[in-house]
Structure formats: structure tokens, C-alpha cells
Design a protein around this ligand. Structure first.
Ligand code: FES
Length: 647
């Protein structure tokens, strides 16, 4: 008779194993990650699995519990001391007696941590780079003069299979005291380097230690966002964000590079500022979750190339001009301690590789999250900032570029423009008959023409227009005929509506005639046209490279993308024609990619391999950029059709 079949959910991995095999062993053989800190001694409880009832084989099963061995002594002891929910078993102890469906629960949280929702709630299969390993070490023996540390290494090899373990230097003076404090039972944190297969002991605690945290951090030029993640469950337990303090050295990336070039200690000052901000965020997420900094053992960072370099203490001057040479493009492995971050002394840092001099580790992480390289459909991934990062491709080919969109989409260079903040206009509609506008501001649910609006915004007032509002107002001006295809405000409409006013040789549209008076000038429309044409031309170059004239799906990454309405983006010709139901915002995809690389080291290999095969296009050097740019100055575009808009 065939051996029993075991099916693991949600991965769907399955295999046949002889009766008596532990569920943990079956999981290991099938490559299903089940946490185990105590090495199967039945004391950590991390290896819990849920036994499902149901049918999965033709002959069916009635109760999966019947197909597992009854509670053994280890499991009984654990269940008496700590709670083991109904249906749960310790996989290190329960053995297979028949066909089984096993679920790996995502909530094995011994200390009942509050599970915080990350913006992206996907839970990724775990295979962290750092693992906790509990061992019982032989006591010293005069007849066997093997050092305490050497016997600890022996135990780690015997129980966990790690050979030739390296030991972080700072641990040498501590090993003897920790072993004695733990009465020869200790928990070691082992970092496994996938490429070299080298295991390193990076931390050590007396007795059973059941906490291991990691941080995933996206260093943006405006905002730094961080997740604190349990390495034992993969859950995000706290998230926090802060402004990048480098803003005081320069609003945008190029002004920060200039600051470094013009000030002898400029690089040091900006490196210090960003590291301090990251360290403060670590404090915040620890405070929020009750986690101890000393239990942070791994960290993954992403950022655009200039943020990446400044965080690592590298002079970004070379990135300020052609050929935009990165000091390092591959993944960086270092120590949190070397970066001045308060975490466990042995905490490792992994920085995701950069794609090119203008397409950074943040774009690589976003690609890891959205996975254009994993699917058949042609996906366009766009992160709009002062420099838009664009990735386009599918499982066969992926290309990437950046496009100099400038700061208009962020509200700069626009007369009434501002950053997204309470009081900023974020939604706009214009009546095509009367040309009267109505709008919504951040922090208020009412439209400006609804009763109670003035009261509702009395605290902040109406302060300006943010990026998503600017996209909408220009698109609505086009849809209501106020501006032509060429972006010219039609002065003849001044006779029809008091909203159209003369501003010297051109005309403006009055969006808010209260205090402050907010107008959209001809120059504002031009600034948006220039920004959107630069973005579109960059996308078009990538489409040319792949020989395609249509994309199947579009993902907007980043804060700007989260608030932009896809329909208006297409009305303006910011993005190419695409089925609108396939255009979506994915929020901080870079942060999600960082989280993936933190909880599963296979994702590190995946993105390293993907980045190596991404073809980089330097938009400034492509002869067709100019013609694509000129065609894209029109609304939505002079050369390309937008059939989806007509639907
Ligand atoms: Fe620790 Fe099963 S591995 S209780």
C-alpha cells in the first residue's frame, strides 16, 4: 500500500511519507517552512500546525486528526503548560498515521503580540536568513579539553546540521557566562548566507529565547517608512514613517547631490541625518509593539540610488551626471551596528540591489513585490516622483528606465501647488456646462459645494493643490473644453464664465475664489504637460524596446500613485492606453518588497537574479525620446490612440 499522502496549505505542497514520520520532518522535506526554535524538544511551540478536516484524496478522509498519532508526552507537557488551541498540534511531535491536510497557521505568536495590518496584508512564506536555534550543550569535562564554544558549535551541528559555524567576534567574551547562566541550555541566532551556505552565530541567549524581529525599511527622499516584522511568524507588528530629515539639505535629489558637492562635510551630515531618522523609527516601532531592540536580528533596506548611497555613507556625486555610475549596484551585506543603528550587535543588514544609476533598490523591491518577471502579461510598473522609475516586462523580458518628470507632480512649480497635507485640494470636478468647479480637500469628506464644507475645513482652510488634485484639475479642464488638445486655455470662454480670467498674454482658471484664491495658470498646465510627456516618453521607449504597442496591466507604486485616479491619468496621457480595470495603485510596493526579502531569503536570490537580467535603458541617450516627448505634450497624445477612454 502507498505511504500516506500529506498536503500542506496554503502552499499546496504535497508528498507521501511513511507512517511515523513527524509532520515537521515531512514539511522540511517538502520545503515547507515551519518554525522551530527548540529543535523538536516540544518547548518552544513555534512548530504548531493546524489539522484540517476535509477531503483531498479520492477516497476521502473524515477527520484529519484521526490520521495523526495521539498526543505524545512532549505535546501533553506543552499543552498543560501553555495553551494549544483545539485542532493545533506540535509538528515536531505529531506523527503521520494516514492521509492528512495540514494548515500552517500565521498567528503563532507566543507573546500575543498585536498583529498590525501592513498596507499590503499579504503574508509571505517564511524562510528567514536568521533562525533561532535552542541547544543543550555538554558540560565541560576535564578529560575532553574542548572549549565551551566548540562544544556549543558541536551541539549546533548535531541538532541543527550547521557545520563550520562562524561566530561574531563580539560573542567570544560572552559565551562562557551565557552558557553557565542558561545551565548549558542556550538559544543561538544563526544567520545563513544562501550564496556561500555559510552559517554564522550572530547572537546568543541563556535558555530558550523566543523572540526574533526584523525591520524592512524604504528610504524615500521625502519619507522613510519602516515595518517591524516577526521573523518567527512573518507578521508585521508595527509600522511607522517619518519625513526624511535630509530635506533640510535639499528638497529634491539633485539638490542633495549639489549639497554634497559644495560642502566638504555634506555627505557625512546627510548620512548622519538619515541614519538617525532610521534609528528613531526603530525606537518607534519597538515602543509601539513592545519589542526589544536587542531582539532585532535582521534588516532589509531599499531606496533610490542617491538615498541608497547616502545611507551607506557613499558619496553620491557620480550619480549627479552621466554616466550616472553607481558605486555599488549589487546587494550589500553589512551590520546594523556599523551603520550606527540600535539593534542586536550581530544584526545583519541586507540592501536590495539597484537596477541602474537612476533606477534604484526601491524600484527593484517594487518589482519583487508586483512580479512583472513572474507572469505572462505585460506589466508596467511606475513609481512617480521627481524622477519616475519605470519597469516594464513579463516573464520573458524586463526593461527599466527613469524619466525626469520634475517636481510638478508633487505640487512644486505649480502656482497653487503644495505637498499632500490637510487642506490641499485632492479631487476636482468641473461642470462642462457652467464651468463651475467643485473640489475635495485632504482631511474632509465633503465636496466644496456641499453644505457644511466651510465649517468642516475651518481648521485647516483650503491651502493649495496637491499632486493628485493637479492631475484632476488639468484633466477636467481638458474634458470640459477649457483647454485644447495642445493645452492652451481658451480665452474666448472668459465671456461665458467668470472662472476664466486674463493673466497678461494668457488665461487662467480660478479654482477657488475664496481665501486663498487658487488659480490654474497657463504655466501650470505647461508644467504638467512637460512632466507627463517626460513620463510617457520614457514608457514609450521601453515599449519600443520590447516591440509592443499595448500593455496588459499598469501598477502605480508610491504615495503619489495611491491617490491618483487611473482614469484621469489616462485622460492626460500620463500612461499608455490600458484596460482601466487593470490599472491599480499598489501603495508602498518598495516597502512590501523589502518585507518579502526580510522574511524569505529566496526572494533575495530572486531579485538579485532579476536585476541582473533587467535591461537598462538610459532615456537621455535614446534618439527617439525627443519625438515621443513632443507627441506626448498633447492631451492625451498626438501619436498614440486611447481606445479605452472611449469605452
Ligand atoms: Fe519547538 Fe516543536 S519545535 S515545540
Amino acid at each position: 500500500m502507498a505511504d500516506p499522502l500529506i498536503l500542506f496549505m496554503p502552499s499546496g505542497k504535497r508528498g507521501r511519507f511513511p507512517e511515523g514520520t513527524t509532520v515537521l520532518e515531512a514539511a522540511r522535506q517538502l520545503g515547507v517552512y515551519v518554525e522551530s526554535v527548540c529543535g523538536g524538544r516540544g518547548i518552544c511551540g513555534r512548530c504548531q500546525v493546524e489539522v484540517q478536516e476535509g477531503q483531498f484524496a479520492k477516497h476521502g478522509i473524515t477527520s484529519a486528526q484521526e490520521h495523526l498519532s495521539p498526543f505524545g508526552a512532549k505535546e501533553q507537557r506543552y499543552a498543560e503548560k501553555r495553551e494549544l488551541k483545539p485542532g493545533r498540534r506540535l509538528s515536531c511531535s505529531a506523527t503521520i498515521q494516514g492521509d492528512l491536510v495540514i494548515d500552517i497557521p500565521q498567528d503563532v505568536q507566543i507573546n500575543a503580540q498585536i498583529i498590525r495590518k501592513a498596507a499590503d496584508t499579504r503574508v509571505f512564506e517564511r524562510k528567514p536568513a536568521v533562525q533561532l536555534c535552542y541547544v543543550e550543550v555538554d558540560e565541560p569535562d576535564m578529560h575532553k579539553p574542548l572549549g565551551d564554544l566548540d562544544r556549543l558549535k558541536e551541539a549546533l551541528e548535531r541538532d541543527w546540521g550547521f557545520s563550520n559555524i562562524l561566530v561574531d567576534q563580539y560573542l567570544y567574551p560572552q559565551v562562557q557566562a551565557i552558557l553557565r547562566k542558561g545551565k548549558w541550555a542556550v538559544t543561538a541566532a544563526i544567520h545563513k548566507d544562501e550564496e556561500t551556505a555559510q552559517a554564522s552565530m550572530i547572537a546568543l541567549w541563556p535558555g530558550l529565547h523566543n523572540e526574533a524581529w526584523g525591520i524592512a525599511c524604504d528610504i524615500g527622499s521625502t519619507t522613510i517608512a519602516m515595518h517591524l516584522v516577526s521573523l518567527l511568524s512573518g507578521h508585521v507588528v508595527a509600522s511607522a514613517g517619518t519625513s526624511n530629515p535630509q530635506i533640510r539639505f535639499g528638497e529634491d535629489l539633485m539638490s542633495r547631490v549639489s549639497y554634497v558637492m559644495m560642502n566638504p562635510d555634506g555627505r557625512e551630515a546627510m548620512t548622519r541625518a538619515v541614519r538617525e531618522a532610521v534609528d528613531d523609527l526603530i525606537g518607534k516601532v519597538c515602543e509601539e509593539s513592545g519589542a526589544n531592540r536587542n531582539d532585532i536580528l535582521d534588516a532589509v533596506f531599499v531606496g533610490n540610488p542617491i538615498m541608497h548611497h547616502l545611507f551607506l555613507g557613499i558619496d553620491p556625486t557620480e550619480l549627479g551626471g552621466a554616466p550616472f555610475a553607481l558605486a555599488v549596484s549589487g546587494a550589500v551585506h553589512t551590520w546594523a551596528d556599523d551603520l550606527g543603528l540600535g539593534a542586536n550587535k550581530g544584526c545583519r543588514v541586507y540592501v536590495i540591489p539597484c537596477i541602474a544609476g537612476h533606477v534604484g533598490a526601491d524600484a527593484a523591491a517594487a518589482a519583487l513585490s508586483e512580479g512583472p518577471h513572474r507572469q505572462d502579461e505585460m506589466m508596467l510598473l511606475v513609481d512617480v516622483g521627481t524622477n519616475a522609475e519605470i519597469v516594464l516586462g513579463n516573464s520573458e523580458r524586463v526593461v527599466a528606465a527613469s524619466s525626469p518628470t520634475g517636481p510638478a507632480f508633487e505640487g512644486a512649480e505649480i502656482s497653487g501647488g503644495q505637498r499632500a497635507a490637510p487642506g490641499a485640494i485632492e479631487r476636482v470636478r468641473i461642470d462642462p456646462e457652467t464651468l463651475e468647479p467643485r473640489f475635495k480637500v485632504i482631511g474632509c469628506d465633503l465636496w466644496s459645494n456641499e453644505s457644511g464644507f466651510a465649517e468642516a475645513v475651518s481648521k485647516t482652510g483650503v491651502t493649495g493643490i496637491c499632486g493628485s488634485g493637479i492631475i484632476e484639475i488639468v484633466a477636467e479642464m481638458y474634458l470640459s473644453g477649457i483647454i485644447s488638445e495642445d493645452g492652451v486655455i481658451d480665452g474666448a470662454l472668459a465671456a461665458k464664465s467668470p472662472r476664466i480670467v486674463s493673466s497678461g498674454r494668457t488665461f487662467s482658471y480660478v479654482l477657488n475664489d475664496g481665501d486663498p484664491r487658487i488659480t490654474v495658470t497657463q504655466n501650470d498646465v505647461r508644467a504638467i504637460q512637460l512632466a507627463k510627456a517626460a513620463l510617457y516618453a520614457g514608457i514609450k521607449l521601453l515599449m519600443d524596446k520590447l516591440g509592443i504597442d499595448h500593455v496588459d496591466a499598469i501598477r502605480f507604486a508610491g504615495a503619489f500613485g495611491s491617490f491618483i485616479d487611473p482614469k484621469y491619468a489616462m485622460v492626460l496621457g500620463l500612461i499608455p492606453d490600458c484596460d482601466l480595470s487593470k490599472v491599480s495603485a499598489v501603495g508602498n510596493a518598495a516597502g512590501t518588497g523589502a518585507r518579502m526579502a526580510l522574511v524569505n531569503r529566496d526572494y533575495r536570490r530572486e531579485i538579485e537574479n532579476t536585476v541582473r537580467r533587467i535591461e537598462k535603458i538610459e532615456t537621455a541617450l535614446e534618439p527617439d525620446f525627443q519625438s515621443h516627448f513632443v507627441a506626448a505634450m498633447a492631451l492625451p497624445n498626438k501619436a498614440d490612440p486611447f481606445p479605452e477612454l472611449a469605452k
